[in-house]
Design a protein around this ligand. Structure first.
Ligand code: AKB
Length: 316
């Protein structure tokens, strides 16, 4: 019976939270968390966990067959900022890793796959303040190029082999459980930790750089809702735009100061500024709302309140 749900990149920011949500929803015994690392988290160790390298196609195929995998959440990836520092490795992991998963999934008749794309598929030629689903794609980073190519590979596998592949173009993800690593939007998580620990944050983006963001509980819920939506309702087979929050570092700092009045922030833009400047400041997500009822629940105010409540309880 192919009823197992396998997650690659399970130790990453999204994987850590998605694995927990999937286990709670479908049962601990059904969800197999995998990554190239040793399990980094007590909860991850309690459920099924396996070391798995997405660059090893034969092992992928073996594991999918042996474990009876029916669904895959293929999250393993190198993000935008890290990708620019090591482009060849980023291309290998992001592109070859995806092709390996798709090919092994086809060979083992896996029914359904989730694969994350990103707002990094957009760039200078894309729409800026209200970027619609059909806007021109114009990625400027290796990460964005791999996501753009990946979207079309996914659609090709869907059209050619009928594999049910679903995808979201995530904006920056904000979470309290796991820190992001190597992204351009990471400042929006780092600032919370520094605000609580030191009362000061040195931001690597300019104060007015507005970017699309999404709070992790919304991201996890939206992902599972997309995966559970009836196949016939879905009209986008590349990747869905998804909007949640839009704010700049200055606006985020102002909101955090309502809870931590002494917070100071200095701005020292580095190479990530150019990446951020190439991305839209706002996303429109009509198709996601229409096709599978997407609706975010958190705004800037409720996200900040919730983040700080969890971080104060859990870590500090
Ligand atoms: C990044 O900053 O690279 C990611 C993304 C927007 O995909 N968070």
């Amino acid at each position: 019976m192919r009823d197992k749900i396998l997650v690659t990149g399970a130790c990453g920011q999204l994987g850590t939270e998605l694995v927990m949500a999937l286990r709670e929803r479908y049962g601990w015994e059904r969800v197999i968390a995998t990554d190239v690392y040793d399990a980094n988290d007590k909860l991850m160790q309690k459920g099924a966990y396996m070391k798995l390298d997405v660059l090893n196609v034969r092992r992928l195929s073996y594991v999918f067959e042996r474990m009876g995998v029916g669904q895959i959440y293929h999250l393993a990836a190198v993000l935008s900022a890290s990708g620019e520092q090591n482009p060849e490795a980023a291309w290998q992991i992001n592109m070859q890793g995806l092709l390996n998963v798709l090919e092994a999934a086809r060979a083992q008749r896996v029914e359904k796959i989730f694969w994350p794309s990103s707002i990094a598929v957009f760039g200078p030629e894309s729409m800026r303040a209200a970027c619609v689903q059909q806007s021109a794609l114009d990625p400027t980073t290796i990460y964005g190029i791999s996501k753009m190519a990946g979207e079309y590979w996914c659609r090709w596998y869907y059209n050619t082999y009928g594999i049910d592949i679903r995808s979201i173009r995530y904006p920056g993800l904000i979470s309290y459980s796991a820190k992001p690593g190597g992204g351009t939007t990471d400042y929006a998580v780092d600032i919370f930790h520094k605000a609580l620990e030191e009362g000061h944050y040195g931001c690597f983006l300019r104060d007015t750089t507005t970017l699309p963001m999404l709070y992790m509980p919304d991201a996890v819920r939206g992902t599972i809702e997309l995966m559970e939506a009836p196949r016939g309702q879905l009209s986008v087979h590349t990747s869905y735009n998804l909007a949640g929050l839009h704010f700049s570092p200055r606006e985020l700092a102002t909101e955090i100061r309502k809870h931590i009045p002494g917070l100071t922030v200095s701005y020292h833009p580095d190479f990530r500024q150019a990446i951020a400047d190439s991305w839209p400041t706002g996303i429109l997500d009509l198709e996601a709302r229409r096709d599978w009822g997407w609706e975010p629940q958190f705004d800037l105010e409720t996200m900040v309140t919730d983040m700080l409540a969890h971080l104060k309880n859990d870590v500090h």
